[in-house]
Design a protein around this ligand. Sequence first.
Ligand SMILES: Cc1cc2nc3c(=O)[nH]c(=O)nc-3n(C[C@H](O)[C@H](O)[C@H](O)COP(=O)(O)OP(=O)(O)OC[C@H]3O[C@@H](n4cnc5c(N)ncnc54)[C@H](O)[C@@H]3O)c2cc1C
Length: 239
Amino acid sequence: MNSNYRDPLGDGKSRIELIGHLGDDLTIVNDARASFEKTSSVLTEKDIRLIHYLAAHNHTSPFRGVVFKFKVKAPLFVCRQWWKHVIASNHNDEQLGWNEKSFRYVAIDDSDEFYIPKVFRKQSASNKQATEGFLPAEDNEKAIAIYEKQCRASYEAYRQLLALGVGREQARGVLVPSVYTSWVWTASLQAVLHFIDLRMGEGAQTEIAAYAQAILELIKPIVPHAVEAWSNHRNHRGF
Ligand SMILES: Cc1cc2nc3c(=O)[nH]c(=O)nc-3n(C[C@H](O)[C@H](O)[C@H](O)COP(=O)(O)OP(=O)(O)OC[C@H]3O[C@@H](n4cnc5c(N)ncnc54)[C@H](O)[C@@H]3O)c2cc1C
């Protein structure tokens, strides 16, 4: 699939779109060679070897010269996990890398704007933050019904509060974390790879892992050699 967007949760509502980027594999080698005041216009085999060398030796700053901008639509609980990536989102400094929909400005007006899982995973017995295996089909159907009912009830309460004249900023408090929100995420290649590494790694929640997988697919055609070098050296400090 070559399109510039994905529906990571497969419900027709989730979305991640690559809306722009600065640089590619060639940018990495040109940035790395800035110290020699040299630039190339065509990526050569030697350049590709340099990308692998940089990744292997924690020479990570050239991977920050490539920047990606994504428009993300995800459940609030995924957004909350994503936001912990302070470097990737630049919100430790200025609000350069993260601009989010505000429920103070925009009211939700669609009871379907919630993520309703189709498949429920069981709580892991050995890992407090993980799930393992799935609910049997009959219980899965019950879980879907309970989940959907609660989302609809939260939406109803929200609309009733708005109808009473309550401000959006307070009414949003009754919305459940499965409600969809959206934001624009601007991050360097290094930060994006670090995000993918952690969020596709062991212990990551399935839903955010699906977004990380989608990001990997979206950036790979732009920086194929960097992605290959990163995947060969993932356990290095820089990534
Ligand atoms: C499976 C999983 C479970 C998690 N569970 C929880 C949880 O229960 N509760 C919770 O609060 N968070 C949790 N997190 C979030 C986690 O603690 C990190 O905040 C998140 O993964 C971002 O990672 P990061 O800090 O490496 O990335 P970034 O914030 O993007 O930082 C990138 C790198 O920059 C460096 N860096 C960033 N800030 C500093 C700093 N202040 N000082 C020195 N170096 C810095 C570090 O090398 C860091 O790896 C979880 C993450 C995962 C993947």
